[in-house]
Ligand binder design. Structure first.
Ligand code: C5P
Length: 212
């Protein structure tokens, strides 16, 4: 089974994806880490994130062993990731890794921006997870403060909106709900309720398949 979970930053998709993978015994890939790792490699080498040539080279030589690096979550990398992610050849270079991950037994949950539309258009279940920008900013602030980073809510909100805009407006695989994706709005849902709502959707889709 392949489950595709897309949505904007801090919508809750990552937490839902992790929990769903654990419950259904599937592998989980946070695809944002790929773009973050490319961005970090470019910045570490001393180039700006919109340096197309170096970003492509970093994507081609990407080392999945580096996905656990905590530095990938920093604000600078977050911003740079959405810049390298707009480069079509970078996306192209990262496609095989994601598709192979998705099709490997026993199946996988992938979360990102283009999983249901580009990476796994044939996924068994697709979720598009959203939440209001204000709620997403609050969540991100709590997350940053929990890691000991200073965070101003207005600044975080502005960063999120800028990133949403960049991710939605780019021509290469923009953030978009697939026509057959189920919308899950977590604005008024806590972690447990969001997880249960996701399971309900997955079970309804599976039951529908069996009846046919
Ligand atoms: O999900 P996360 O916030 O870690 O993603 C970081 C950035 O990577 C996003 O803002 C987006 O630009 C890019 N991304 C993408 N496609 C994905 C996953 C992430 O373009 N499937």
């Amino acid at each position: 089974m392949i489950i595709a979970i897309d949505g904007p930053a801090a919508s809750g998709k990552g937490t839902i994806a992790r929990q769903i993978a654990a419950v259904y015994g599937l592998q989980h890939l946070d695809t944002g880490l790929l773009y973050r790792a490319v961005a970090k490699a470019v910045l570490d080498a001393g180039y700006p994130p919109d340096d197309v040539e170096h970003a492509i080279a970093a994507a081609i030589t990407l080392d999945p062993a580096k996905f656990q690096d905590i530095a990938l979550k920093s604000q600078a990398i977050t911003e740079a990731a959405s810049v390298v992610a707009a480069i079509p050849q970078v996306r192209e270079a990262l496609m095989n890794y994601q598709r192979e991950f998705a099709t490997r037994p026993p199946g996988a949950v992938l979360d990102g921006r283009d999983i249901g539309t580009v990476i796994a258009p044939g996924a068994d279940v697709k979720l598009f997870v959203v939440a209001s920008p204000e709620v997403r900013a609050k969540r991100r602030v709590l997350e940053l403060r929990a890691r000991g980073e200073a965070a101003d809510e207005q600044e975080v909100l502005a960063d999120l909106l800028r990133r949403d805009e960049r991710d939605s407006r780019r021509t290469a695989a923009p953030l978009m709900q697939a026509p057959d994706a189920h919308l899950l709005d977590t604005t008024h849902l806590g972690i447990d309720a969001a997880f249960r709502a996701a399971v309900d959707i997955i079970e309804a889709v599976r039951a529908g398949r069996k009846r046919r």
